[in-house]
Design a protein around this ligand. Structure first.
Ligand SMILES: *[C@@H]1O[C@H](CO)[C@@H](O)[C@H](O)[C@H]1NC(C)=O
Ligand SMILES: *[C@@H]1O[C@H](CO)[C@@H](O)[C@H](O)[C@H]1NC(C)=O
Ligand SMILES: *[C@@H]1O[C@H](CO)[C@@H](O)[C@H](O)[C@H]1NC(C)=O
Length: 310
């Protein structure tokens, strides 16, 4: 019948309308954000496992409505530039890679530079550093290694921050701010820290970052949360992703407020990424890049689950 013959044509028209509506919506806000997470070298590489990403970082971002692409180490600058133009934010995770000689360090340097340049020309591109990622950001911003050893390898701490005066915490519920200040909800597993005195002495850092929280290991005060004044650059020395997604150590907090902390941190960052309008050149390119192309492994130990890359 004529109706049957018209049907395919009708579908084409409807699809075209739907996709142009999506494009119009994308102009104000990108509700399909894709975030890059840096991979890093494993300690003992094998032919099938030379780098990894802990699955908790991926679940963390996914829990707030993002998709993730792994950023592999040791790729060309051109490849990183193209990926940068395709994604809406980047996360530098924690771990044990070298801050100067690893493929992780090199990728962080390239993406950080691209992000600062993009933001300076009005292309809003958020950057997040967690633990090692924060240490790398401090190194890149200051151009100096200012790290000191602290006794902070396995403990959870409370967080004292004035929520109203930061972008990061201003939309956190009041009860969660109270819990953060009174319960040990922030997990620390780092040997190195930026001491408050080192930070204060370094103009490159004091001009760039607002300190949102400090903590102490009992004798040394270190910087625990920062946001950049003029850029969407954020960092925590602590691990917001562990509370909801890692179970290995008895001090990992899992209380209702601890799980809320994980979610509100992720939610903040993903809302930042929704302000970025980069996209892949095609749906196929996007599909090929996503973490869904890889399987995670249950480690039975660190991180619970890890994505390994050849
Ligand atoms: C990446 O390059 C660095 C520096 O050359 C090297 O040490 C590292 O093993 C490489 N990583 C991988 C996974 O190939
Ligand atoms: C490190 O901190 C723990 C408590 O978190 C304490 O029991 C231990 O004595 C400290 N070690 C040093 C060397 O200060
Ligand atoms: C570091 O600077 C902050 C802000 O100016 C100040 O409140 C704090 O007392 C300083 N701390 C140290 C140890 O220098």
């Amino acid at each position: 019948s004529a109706a049957m013959r018209l049907l395919p044509l009708l579908c084409v028209v409807v699809a075209a309308c739907a996709s142009s509506a999506a494009v119009i919506k994308r102009a104000d806000r990108n509700d399909r954000p894709v975030i890059g997470i840096l991979a890093q070298e494993v300690f003992k590489p094998t032919s099938k496992r030379s780098s990894y990403i802990a699955a908790s970082y991926i679940k963390y971002l996914e829990s707030a409505g993002a998709r993730v692409v792994p950023v592999m180490v040791n790729r060309s600058e051109e490849e990183y530039q193209q990926l940068f133009n395709s994604i809406n934010g980047i996360l530098f995770p924690g771990g044990g890679a070298s801050l100067t000689t690893s493929g992780y360090a090199r990728a962080a340097e390239i993406f950080y530079k691209l992000a600062l340049e993009a933001n300076s020309r009005g292309d809003y591109f958020p950057v997040w550093g967690t633990c090692l990622g924060m240490e790398k950001l401090m190194l890149m911003t200051s151009g100096k290694n200012l790290l000191s050893q602290t006794n902070t390898t396995a403990l959870s701490l409370s967080l004292h921050t004035d929520g109203m005066s930061s972008r990061l915490f201003q939309d956190f519920p009041a009860d969660l701010m109270t819990s953060l200040a009174t319960e040990p909800l922030t997990e620390n597993s780092h040997k190195w820290s930026i001491l408050v005195q080192s930070f204060n002495k370094t103009e490159e850092l004091t001009k760039f970052y607002k300190v949102l929280s400090v903590n102490t290991d009992g004798s040394n005060e270190f910087i625990s949360t920062v946001e950049a004044y003029d850029y969407p650059v954020y960092a925590t020395q602590w691990h917001p992703e562990k509370n909801a997604f890692e179970w290995r150590q008895p001090h990992y907090p899992h209380s209702p407020a601890a799980i809320k902390t994980t979610f509100y941190m992720a939610n903040f960052f993903i809302n930042e990424a929704k302000k970025n309008l980069h996209s892949f050149t095609s749906e196929e390119e996007e599909r090929k890049a996503l973490i869904y192309n890889y399987d995670s492994s249950y480690t039975g130990g660190s991180f619970e689950q890890v994505y390994y890359f050849a």
